[in-house]
Design a protein around this ligand. Structure first.
Ligand code: NAP
Length: 283
């Protein structure tokens, strides 16, 4: 791809940012679509966030992705926040319309599209989610939007997750468990969908996984780990050995990128190209 004076700018801000897969994924998709954009990674420390956002406007960037540690903090510097991002309380994509910045959260669409593309239809199903940190809020909201029937959450620290349960209680009744409590096993037995949103098992700690009573998990349960490195966590490997259908976090990562791409360019990217590019980077 040759860049010219007319090339439009995109990028990702975070700190640190050198590890980001987004430049490779987006530049491959932009190039395949024949779009004249360049996507770069831009380190922005916390104290520079406000200046960084002003820079997006000043330098006429078409848009950016936002990652740790800025997903919440950036919201106060934007002109508008879309509905999903407001509910989740985090922005991972910004679109610049002639100086007016709108924040979006595309993790919701990424999470749900990957699940549906893998053949699982959430409506009317029982879901069990392990862990309840930042990414889990997009998972919960995605499941609610897709009309999941029940949601049970298993965590190590119930008190810490109570505010999340309170927050979503107008949309769905959530059962919250200490994941070591035997009562949690009833939810596991009834689960159509079991999702790991903890980082347990992520590279380099690949020997870890959340404590699941696997004898309570049916082989009909669809098991989804939003971790994407390694491609098959111990959690997914164990589920596969039980005969469960499994899905890793790669499709979610590509899907959130694809939705950001659509918001910036108005063009549907080739998801396969994005996934292939990510596949080259994931160990
Ligand atoms: P986070 O905000 O730090 O939340 C992590 C959750 O896991 C919290 O509930 C935390 O519990 C729990 N947890 C962490 N370490 C634990 C441990 N040793 N034992 C038990 N529970 C533990 O992280 P996040 O941003 O939600 O990310 C979670 C994972 O999702 C990461 O692996 C990340 O790479 C992945 N992710 C994937 C995508 C994708 O596109 N596929 C997108 C976002 C995130 P406490 O609150 O008690 O610490």
């Amino acid at each position: 791809m040759t860049f010219t004076g007319k090339t439009k700018n995109l990028g990702v801000i975070g700190y640190p940012i050198a590890h980001s897969f987004s430049p490779a994924m987006h530049n491959a998709a932009l190039s395949a679509a024949g779009l004249d954009y360049a996507y770069i990674a831009m380190p922005a420390a916390q104290e520079e966030l406000e200046n960084a956002v002003k820079g997006i406007k000043a330098l006429n960037f078409r848009g950016i992705n936002v990652t740790i540690p800025h997903k919440q903090a950036i919201m106060e510097y934007l002109d508008e926040i879309n509905e999903d991002a407001k509910i989740i309380g985090a922005v991972n994509t910004v679109v610049n319309d002639n100086g007016r910045l709108t924040g979006y959260n595309t993790d919701v669409i990424g999470f749900i599209d990957a699940l549906k593309n893998a053949g699982f239809e959430p409506a009317g199903k029982n879901a069990v989610m392990l862990g309840a940190g930042g990414a889990a809020r997009a998972v919960v909201w995605g499941l609610i939007k897709e009309n999941i029937k029940t949601l049970s959450i298993g965590v190590r620290n119930v008190a810490k997750v109570q505010p999340l349960v309170e927050y979503f209680k107008d949309y769905i009744s959530i059962q919250l468990f200490d994941w070591k409590d035997p009562a949690f096993n009833t939810a596991l037995k009834e689960a159509d969908l079991l999702i790991n949103t903890t980082p347990l098992g992520m590279t380099p700690n690949i020997e870890a996984m959340p404590p699941v009573a696997w004898d309570c998990v049916s082989s009909d349960t669809f098991v989804y780990d939003i971790i994407y490195t390694p491609a098959e966590t111990l959690f997914l490997k164990t589920a596969k050995e039980k005969g469960c259908k499994i899905l890793n976090g790669m499709g979610m990562l590509a899907g959130q990128g694809a939705e950001a791409f659509r918001l910036w360019t108005g063009v549907n990217p080739d998801l396969k190209i994005m996934e292939d590019e990510l596949g080259k980077l994931v160990l």
